[in-house]
Design a protein around this ligand. Structure first.
Ligand code: LYS
Length: 884
């Protein structure tokens, strides 16, 4: 075990803070080598806690303490102790002022937590425990403090000096320096603190709230990115309006700032009044951003903005409650985007992510409840489970109590807890009280990990005109939870007759038997049967409509049923899902054929169904594109207990090729039609994005089974593209093969993108994710490329995560070279950025589900990592959980 090993923190051990900090004055004196941080805290014993004798503890990490004073007097050496966790002052009065001076070196901070440098600017990332790398402080979310921040810096290099709240004074100092003071009127936990200094350009707009207050909106970006903040500003205004209209929530300061940083561990951060973003989620124009980027920017901008209420005004008591703010805020941003885009498309996008990433997490050694019981390194819990499954739980709750009840519950939650640090339990109780409902069983969603499976069987009694559905739930054991209890699972459903008509639902004996065309049944026991009366013929059921619960559904549809639902289901999500199910099943059948050595033949039903989509009325091209997309290898792997990755990759490719060949005419016709509809000027709108998605999906199939002059035609097409979406789609196709055209296209893309790191990331990512036969060699070239660096998280993700998480054929190469390559990088990366290293190492977590050879190879990588000296706590925890 390495030296950094820390003990686990447990939810059950929570105790309130012994001291509160009413006010903090933080004074940054910025130098090129050293930053001095002078801090003055007004501390008071917490009246809610009975007298303890442990003194006052302040977290602190890698801080050089230069001065320590209490109530104006230096603290004697025996009056305090400092170790690698922080500072303890022994014997303190009930109320006192504590002053510290510490020195830090932001330029050496490659972990990008606390105060660090991104390019020429200084910026901070404090959530969850970064503030302790800035100054000594009780760095826990339940200590809420009023912050005043002073920044003193060189005027030429750092003309822009920002912190939370409002600017209160500016002053020019001798020797070319200046000083700015900021004050945040809202008490906040230290994780929401932020500070930025740099020579930045600003783009501005304003927003008038519904109560008539004018709010200044500012986006700060590096000067060479000037002009690229417009889309994000627009998204911010839409989000502000939406939150007023849907939840009655208004912004509470006069200034809202977003800063784009090139080096950032995650997507973005909701610091009060001063969000700091990964520049990937801010900068956009048609030359650099794809439709997916435009979309993601809207989502992330909205997410961070919505945090101002769900996260900042009401925050988390402790980090076990992380989903209180993240699950709820993801749900809110999903609903916002669904209102902007088409509801069904947004849902498809989110469910796809949930079913590939979160379900995989839930079925492996890293499975944890949405509200975890313990952690070693909280950074490892910013997961798909806490975020995406957390959002699904909130969605079920909203559906259960209805939009009005949910709004009342949220109103009550803010009424009760504004300005406080609370728990998921407090949130649920607000919902119970507002909607007058008992959520005792529903709560289990937060504490029980694992993905439930709902097995459905049915029968039809023609004489009684009765249709019965029997639903049974089961859930595999997960780490620490051998036994599972039945959950409250809402299953939305409808029944279709053989002409595609929806059969009115009637549950005889129920208090309100006539349910209309669709309903939601609650599966609360292990097994339940629902009998529908007045059913004229054996129906085709549409189950779990809109993905009404985060479960795996197991119902024995016939191929014909699925094709039928693809056409007739009135729930667009389920039309898409029927297409996925059909494609998935046909690819998995092909997997079996490959295993038994049988000849491959594509079942005609898939090409027929896809032809129907291609030839159908394409009112919604975005949806058609989604329906035509084959399930990913990762999704297919999730369907197997023991993953046969070679067969999955091969089978999927064969099906792709067969479809590309058999549907060539229809694909080409659709492509031409969409291409012809392309407007001259690029515009990001749901319709335009949908058309481009369909067009490029067709192109992908055509490339899988190309006709003779396809490649030179495609290279010409590349030369004519007018936006990044189309350019990248073609680049990705070329990245899959070795040819002079490929080289030329890759080289030309590189030349055009060299000076824009976000575009260069796409160049790296397209190659790292390519299903290219010589991918390992390619990866070695990319890793030794002069533009590759382990210091920039976006670059690391574009190469290493794209490969390890998005290129299963390469990562799982039978000789173990993919594993070796990733294992090596994880070790190197850990010395630079533990958080990003730990997330990359997670790629090995499913090792036990592969064949014996791969199992051993992956395990060997994990063991090799575990054996390294001085492993970070982040990586150590992940590797340990994977191996034990
Ligand atoms: N709270 C941020 C969000 O909006 C993420 C912070 C990441 C901290 N490691 O998702």
């Amino acid at each position: 075990m390495s030296e950094t090993h820390r003990k686990a923190v447990w939810l059950k051990d929570y105790t309130p803070p012994a001291f509160v900090v009413d006010a903090a004055k933080i004074n940054f004196i910025l130098g090129e080598e050293v930053v001095e941080v002078h801090t003055e805290l007004q501390v008071r014993r917490n009246p809610a806690v009975s007298l303890g004798s442990g003194g006052f503890f302040l977290d602190g990490k890698d801080l050089a303490l230069r001065c320590l004073k209490m109530d104006g007097r230096r603290v004697a050496p025996h009056g305090f102790t400092v170790d690698q966790h922080g500072l303890r002052i022994h014997g303190v009065p009930d109320r006192f002022t504590l002053e510290t001076v510490v020195a830090i070196r932001p330029q050496d901070n490659t972990a990008l937590e606390g105060l660090y440098r991104s390019g020429a600017m200084f910026c901070t990332q404090c959530e969850p425990e970064g503030f302790r790398r800035i100054t000594f402080f009780p760095d826990r979310p339940d200590v809420l403090t009023r912050f005043t921040t002073t920044i003193t810096a060189d005027l030429d290099r750092y003309p822009v000096l920002l912190s939370n709240g409002n600017p209160v004074s500016t002053e020019t100092l001798p020797q070319g320096r200046h000083r700015v003071v900021w004050q945040d009127p809202f008490p906040k936990p230290s994780y929401l603190f932020a500070m930025v200094a740099g020579d930045l350009a600003v783009e501005e707009d304003f927003y008038v709230t519904r109560s008539g207050r004018q709010v200044q909106l500012r986006i700060y970006l590096e000067k060479h990115n000037r002009g690229r903040g417009k889309h994000a500003l627009g998204a911010l205004k839409k989000a502000m309006r939406w939150d007023e209209e849907v939840y009655g929530l208004e912004y509470d300061l006069d200034l809202y700032m977003i800063v784009a940083a090139d080096d950032f561990n995650m997507g973005a951060m909701e610091n009060k009044g001063l969000n700091i973003f990964n520049s990937k989620y801010v900068l956009a124009d048609s030359d650099m951003a794809t439709d997916a980027d435009f979309q993601a920017i809207e989502e992330v901008v909205a997410h961070e903005y919505f945090h101002n209420w769900t996260g900042n005004r009401v925050t988390c008591r402790d980090w076990f409650q992380l989903s209180l703010k993240e699950g709820l805020t993801v749900f809110r941003d999903q609903e916002f985007s669904a209102d902007l885009v088409a509801m069904s498309l947004k849902r498809i996008h989110d469910v796809r992510l949930l079913r590939t990433v979160q379900f995989a997490e839930d079925s492996g050694p890293l499975a944890h409840p949405v509200r975890p019981e313990s952690y070693q390194e909280i950074n490892n819990f910013y997961t798909a489970t806490v975020y995406e499954k957390g959002a699904e739980i909130v969605r079920m709750l909203r559906n259960l109590i209805g939009a009005r009840g949910f709004r009342r519950g949220l109103d009550l939650y803010f009424e009760r807890y504004d300005g406080q640090a609370v728990t998921i339990e407090d949130f649920l109780r607000s919902m119970e009280d507002a909607a007058n409902i008992d959520l005792s069983q529903f709560r289990l969603w937060y504490s029980q990990s694992g993905t439930p499976k709902v097995v459905v069987s049915d029968s039809y009694d023609a004489n009684r005109r009765e249709y019965s559905l029997t639903l049974r739930q089961q859930c595999q054991p997960t780490p620490g939870q051998p036994e599972k209890r039945p959950l409250h699972i809402p299953v939305a459903l409808a029944l279709f007759d053989n002409t595609g008509g929806q059969i009115p639902l009637c549950l005889p004996g129920a208090p309100d038997p006539d349910l209309g065309p669709s309903t939601v049944v609650s599966l609360c026991q292990k097994e339940q049967t629902f009998r529908f009366g007045n059913v004229p013929c054996r129906p085709v059921p549409s189950l779990l409509r809109g993905f009404s619960a985060p479960v795996r559904l197991d119902y024995d549809y016939s191929d014909a049923d699925l094709r039928f639902l693809m056409v007739h289901d009135s729930d667009a999500f389920n039309r898409w899902d029927a297409a996925q199910k059909l494609a998935c099943r046909i690819i998995l059948r092909c997997v079996d054929q490959l295993r038994t050595g049988a000849d491959f033949a594509l079942d005609p039903i898939l090409s027929q169904a896809f032809t129907e989509v291609l030839d159908g009325d394409l009112g919604d091209k975005g949806l058609a594109a989604q329906m035509l997309m084959l399930p990913s290898e990762n999704f297919l792997a999730e369907q197997q207990d023991c993953i046969d990755i070679d067969a999955i990759c091969q089978a999927r490719q064969k099906v792709r090729q067969a479809l590309g060949g058999q549907l060539r005419e229809a694909l080409l016709a659709r492509w031409q039609f969409c291409q012809g509809e392309d407007a001259v000027a690029f515009n990001f709108s749901p319709e335009d994005a949908g058309r481009r998605a369909l067009k490029n999906t067709c192109l992908g199939y055509l490339a899988a089974q190309p006709c003779s002059d396809f490649w030179s035609w495609l290279a010409d097409l590349y030369g004519q593209t007018s936006n990044m979406t189309d350019r990248l789609a073609i680049l990705a196709i070329f990245a899959e093969r070795e040819s002079p055209e490929s080289q030329a296209v890759l080289a030309s893309f590189y030349d055009q993108s060299r000076h824009n790191s976000l575009v260069l990331d796409k160049w790296f990512a397209a190659q790292a994710a390519a299903r290219n036969p010589s991918i390992i060699e390619k990866m070695r070239l990319l890793l030794s490329h002069r533009d590759f660096t382990l210091r920039n998280p976006n670059r690391v993700r574009s190469v290493l995560h794209s490969f390890a998480r998005g290129n299963p054929g390469g990562f799982h190469a039978a000789n173990g070279e993919g594993y070796h390559l990733v294992g090596e990088q994880v070790i190197q990366l850990d010395r630079i950025n533990p958080q990003v290293a730990a997330s990359l190492a997670g790629a090995f977590s499913a090792w036990q589900r592969y064949d014996r050879r791969r199992r051993l190879l992956m395990k060997a990588q994990l063991e090799n990592i575990a054996a390294q000296q001085c492993l970070s706590s982040d990586l150590e925890e992940i590797v340990h959980r994977c191996l034990h």
